[in-house]
Design a protein around this ligand. Structure first.
Ligand code: ZN
Length: 570
């Protein structure tokens, strides 16, 4: 999933904007089967019941971990538009074909921008003594020209006036870009599951409010603006290389995302009138300084050595490769054809792109492997769905749900904004409206043939229920569908929204798109966008459970007489 940052705030503001009016409002389904009668004794399980067969296949003959191992261990990180992404697009397409799915293909979106891959990297303190370092380059960082040895300057400026102390002192230097971060002992467990209290508060959550997105505080905005000005300063002063301390984590875990591009600093970069930020992968991005992230303990030690008066030098060798031949991104798409309702579609998926320091196992190899396993289960059992079941493995999610948004716009519809804001940069795909100008939903014929989309993108944790995205009309259905999985820990329905991943692309235009409630495990503490997002952090039993439930949900959605009822858009 996307990091809950300014991008998400912007997205939320767009998605819940009351100014978006809907030209076509689908009526909720008039028929809704009642929940099955409660029985006082446990009924005998019918082994021929499709849901029992799905459970048996999913829990006893699972291939989900093999799928995930290939994706994460063998193919490895899958940065959007990188060679790893291309390989996983092709491998997933071929694997789905091998399992008997039809119409498996790669569907282009974009243009996205430049591909990037790491060729060689080493970092160490070379003077006054040799210290090997735990570090990782930021994505889309340029390389150094051969090994770079230079003095390290610790820029501990607290504000813009303070920054002036470093004027004229950074030329050719390796810069520690901010203050040391305090490291505390870890008294809490890194891995957690949702407890009864947590599930109850989800179940009791109020109806989501429009415009209730997470907004940044004035302090956060000020910090963001200062960071922006600092990067401009480093650039103006011709620093040779920039090093951030990992923003989270310790003990060898570092969190690393994209290189920062200096650009005009606006008061509120996530505000309604902010221009699109230039990204390091943009074809038109200016030349930037090489950038990496260092483990916090190593960062702090070097800073303390400098404070103690030591002259510290580092040697960094960073070689990268750019791929410019094809600017497009691709989603992998494949289908199990339906029968009497084959023109209608039930979709499932997750995003396949990842960050680059780990192998994208929990974010979101897990969701990809679970969705692939769900269709493999249905295929292995030769269960013929009434509606067509379509799996979509998205890319560009980490850069703003780009692949799923483009797919939804191409197939189902989008909110058209009549006036583009003057001064805003052109975006490669339909992007959130930067102004509160009224939007109107323009639909395609496939809009009416769409039933529902189910997404998994919250890591390795098993499914505990479903976020209803404000769609109360699906509650009785989902309650019934979860009934066979209560003993596997999945029983909670929450009316609330959840953010940051691809179901939002469907939800934004009034189509039923859902993300499952999952156990947290070590997502925020250890794996989410870190160098420790690797196969060994995946919990096999959780993965099997999730794939089994996802298979049952899409089967149920594909078999019922009606499409899923849609929420009333206000
Ligand atoms: Zn993510």
């Amino acid at each position: 999933m996307l990091r809950r940052n300014a991008t998400v705030v912007l997205l939320l503001i767009f998605l819940v904007s009351p100014s978006a009016t809907f030209a076509q409002q689908p009526a909720p389904s008039p028929t809704m089967p009642a929940a099955p009668p409660q029985q006082s004794t446990t009924p005998a399980k019918d082994p021929n019941d499709p849901i029992e067969r799905i459970k048996d296949e999913g829990m006893n003959r699972s291939q989900v971990m093999q799928t995930l191992s290939y994706l994460s261990d063998v193919i490895g990180p899958r940065l959007t538009a990188s060679p790893g992404m291309k390989r996983s697009n092709e491998w997933t397409r071929d694997q789905l074909t091998k399992w008997g799915l039809q119409n498996a293909h790669l569907e282009a979106w974009g243009p996205f921008g430049r591909g990037w891959s790491l060729k060689r990297f080493s970092a160490q303190v070379s003077e006054p003594l040799s210290i090997p370092l735990i570090a990782y380059p930021k994505a889309w960082s340029p390389g150094t020209t051969g090994p770079l040895t230079a003095e390290v300057v610790y820029v501990d400026a607290k504000d813009e006036a303070d920054l002036q102390r470093f004027r004229g002192k950074l030329r050719g230097a390796i810069v520690l870009t901010g203050k040391m971060r305090d490291v505390k002992a870890q008294f809490e467990p890194m891995g957690t599951r949702r407890d009864e209290k947590d599930l109850l508060s989800l179940a009791d959550a109020p109806e989501p409010r429009r415009g209730a997105g997470r907004r940044s505080t004035p302090e956060q905005r000020a910090a963001q603006a200062f960071t922006c000005r600092k990067y401009q300063f480093f650039h103006d002063e011709s620093a040779a290389l920039l090093i951030d301390a990992s923003r989270l984590g310790d003990g060898g875990t570092i969190f690393v995302q994209s290189a920062t591009v200096p650009q005009p600093c606006v008061e509120n970069p996530s505000g309604p009138n902010a221009p699109r930020q230039i990204q390091a992968y943009d074809k038109s991005a200016p030349k930037i300084i090489p950038q990496l992230v260092l483990a916090v303990e190593h960062y702090n030690r070097i800073a303390r050595m400098i404070e103690a008066g030591e002259k510290v030098k580092m040697t960094i060798d960073l070689a990268v490769e750019w791929q410019d031949a094809d600017p497009m991104g691709y989603n992998t798409i494949a289908e199990i054809p339906g029968s009497d309702l084959k023109d209608e579609v039930v979709m499932l998926g997750g995003h396949m792109d990842s960050w680059h320091a780990g192998t994208g196992a929990t974010d979101n190899g897990a969701g990809v492997a679970v969705a692939m396993e769900a269709v493999r289960i249905l295929q292995a059992l030769n269960l013929k769905p009434r509606r067509t079941i379509r799996i979509a493995l998205w890319t560009g999610e980490e850069q703003g749900l780009l692949g799923s948004k483009a797919y939804v716009a191409e197939h189902f519809g989008k909110i058209e904004t009549p006036v583009a804001v003057a001064g805003a940069q052109a975006s490669p795909v339909p992007s959130p409206s930067p102004s509160p100008a009224p939007g109107v939903l323009v639909t395609k014929p496939e809009y009416e043939k769409f039933s529902s989309y189910f997404n998994l993108d919250n890591g390795t944790g098993k499914i505990r229920g479903v976020y209803l995205q404000g769609n109360e009309t699906v509650r009785p259905l989902f309650r019934q569908w979860l009934m066979p999985f209560r003993d596997m820990g999945a029983a909670t329905l929450s009316i609330s929204n959840t953010s940051g991943t691809d179901h939002l692309s469907f939800d934004a235009i009034g189509l039923p798109g859902f993300q499952f409630i999952q156990d947290e495990i070590e997502y925020d503490t250890r794996t989410h966008h870190s160098n420790q997002d690797v196969f060994d952090r995946i919990q096999a039993d959780d993965m099997k459970q999730a794939a089994t439930i996802m298979a049952a949900f899409i089967y149920n959605a594909a078999m019922r007489d009606e499409k899923l009822p849609r929420k009333v858009m206000r």
